[in-house]
Design a protein around this ligand. Structure first.
Ligand code: FAD
Length: 516
């Protein structure tokens, strides 16, 4: 064991020297003792955004937390180099957040995919202990076998537990249960210093809070304890259409005020035929909605609310009646309310159907210049106007999501950045401009750059005038990050000094350049 360890240390030293030399690339798998360190791969230098492609010098495929600890303790004990390390989950970031130019990418999916369940008795909580590289879809499949499921989700499930917990993890359940980071009880983290720490709200709470929403800056999440609840068998999934934005948001706020009845609330803007149909694949209701979209110079825009009610069947609730009680209070367009019943699994996995459909026509692996923003309730009408000034309804490809979240479901001790609560509003909105830009469809380099410029304009204007904050943020300069964090910057920077003093982790975010 001692000899193996010595070999690893010597090999890591060789790696660092090779990274520092002008001939820095590893040409073949190297013997790093027990460490599985390989030459770079194209996967490690790309992500869902397809905007940035930063090649690492090497990829670590860890077999245990100890492998990651070994790497980080070695790097943090060596002042020889400026080598950086990025954890990579499923690589579904947009702007290279999980990349490490000339550094080392740690492929979290290589960790053994362990999932252990604890099913609580009457009145007790149930949870799952899962490896950081496990995808939510796998956790769902396994937990459903026990009649359980996590409480809080993202729309898409082929994302890793560590990846979404490093951001927040939001979807239509967030108003009710909070983001995924509010539904974790304990983490195992390898800090930038290489220490393996089990932390929770009552033990090493500062590390626990730092890492949640921490953008991969303080440690690598190798294990997480996720809260579970009883899973419904089916879901009643409802869509209602609107031709007026204020009525749409008013009804969304009505729905989130009824957590005892409603289990999920989202919504999207219907800009054109494509946005209506692309978002309907997973909704097989016989939609009889043929809106007049107007003309290019005078477009008509519509809005759709989605809500869902869980159907436990054995609980003797009549879901039809619940939907009826809810919908009678809503003010959607006359006759424009549709519902379907689907299995809980299909409901949660609905974006997979979109993915398969887009893949089949070559439209999944295209550029994705996405922008997500948290917008205070007071600014949501102005944000909608700003958005429409920067979007051409007739040619927009993709989806624009808008739905309300409730501030008190978020723990402000975590690293996540929300708009400052200047007013007493409990509600804030998330707006996701989920654009596709297909190079084969005419959106080449210049077109992509123009879309990115427009999104930056929206983000900057909404930041300055409406107090909005980016979610899954991207800022090209450290000063942009200072502004983003605002009064939370000092705490974030202090946590960095404590848990990753040499700024080894998370270079792809561009918050703490190592060369400073
Ligand atoms: P990666 O992209 O691999 O990594 C993201 C960041 O986390 C990087 O900084 C990385 O270094 C860091 N990281 C990764 N793993 C770890 C770890 N174990 N420990 C510490 N740091 C780590 N988000 C939502 O909240 N709600 C949604 O509904 C939603 N829908 C999406 C739909 C699609 C189709 C896509 C592509 C993305 C969606 N996202 C959504 C965004 C997604 O949650 C984030 O991009 C998330 O980071 C992706 O997880 P990942 O495993 O791919 O992480």
């Amino acid at each position: 064991m001692e000899v193996a360890m010595l070999c690893t240390r010597v090999s890591l030293l060789i790696l660092i020297l090779s990274l520092c030399s002008p001939y820095k690339f590893i040409q073949s798998p190297m013997d790093f003792g027990p460490l599985n360190l390989l030459p770079t791969t194209t996967t490690a230098s790309s992500d869902f955004g397809r905007i940035l492609f930063h090649s690492p010098a090497a990829v670590l495929k860890p077999q245990s937390s100890r492998d990651i600890s070994l790497l980080l303790s070695f790097l943090s004990g060596s002042s020889l180099s400026k080598v950086t390390v990025a954890a990579r989950g499923a690589g579904h970031s947009i702007h290279g957040q999980a990349q490490a130019l000339d550094g080392i990418v740690v492929e979290m999916c290589s960790l053994p995919a362990e999932i252990e369940f604890y099913k609580g008795g009457e009145g007790e909580i149930s949870y799952a202990d899962v490896s950081g590289g496990v995808m939510w879809i796998d956790l769902l499949e396994q937990s459903l076998k026990l009649g359980l499921a996590p409480r809080s989700w993202t729309d898409y499930l082929y994302l890793t537990v560590g990846g979404t917990l490093s951001n927040a993890g939001i979807s239509g359940q967030t108003f009710k249960h909070g983001p995924q980071i509010s539904n974790v009880q304990q983490l195992e983290v390898v800090t930038g210093r290489g220490e393996i720490v089990t932390c929770s709200p009552s033990k090493d709470a500062d590390l626990f809070n730092a890492v949640l929403g921490g953008l991969g800056q303080f440690g690598i999440i190798t294990r997480a304890r996720i809260l579970l609840q009883e899973a419904p068998l089916k879901v009643k999934w409802v869509r209602a259409f609107y031709d007026d934005f204020s009525t749409f948001t008013k009804d969304q706020e009505l729905l989130v005020s009824m957590p005892d009845l409603v289990d999920y609330v989202e919504g999207f803007i219907v800009l054109n035929e494509q946005s209506l149909h692309s978002s309907s694949i997973a909704f097989p209701a016989n939609l009889d909605f043929n809106p007049d979209f107007g003309t290019k110079n005078s477009p008509n825009i519509y809005y759709c609310i989605e809500f869902a009610v869980h159907d436990y069947q054995h609980k003797n609730t009549n879901v039809e009646q619940v939907v009826d009680v809810i919908s009678r209070q809503m003010s959607h367009m006359v006759s424009q309310l549709y519902s379907v019943e689907v299995s809980y699994f299909d409901f949660l996995n609905r974006v997979r159907m979109e993915e398969m459909s887009l893949r089949s026509i070559g439209l999944w692996e295209v550029h994705h210049p996405w922008l997500n923003m948290f917008v205070p309730k007071a600014g949501i009408n102005d944000f909608r106007d700003l958005l429409m000034d920067n979007v051409s309804p007739d040619s927009f490809e993709g989806l624009i999501l808008i739905y309300p979240l409730l501030r008190d479901k978020w723990d402000t001790n975590t690293s996540v950045v929300l708009p400052d609560s200047g007013s007493m509003d409990r509600v804030m909105y998330v707006v996701g401009i989920l654009r596709s830009a297909n190079p084969d469809g005419g959106c080449s380099h210049h077109c992509l750059q123009e879309l990115l410029r427009r999104h930056r304009r929206i983000a900057d204007t909404a930041g300055v005038h409406l107090g909005a904050k980016q979610y899954l943020a991207h800022h090209p300069t450290p000063s942009g990050w200072h502004q983003h964090f605002g009064r939370r910057w000092e705490r974030f920077a202090e946590r960095k000094t404590r848990f990753d003093p040499l700024r080894i982790l998370g270079p792809g975010q561009g918050i703490f350049p190592r060369s400073d």
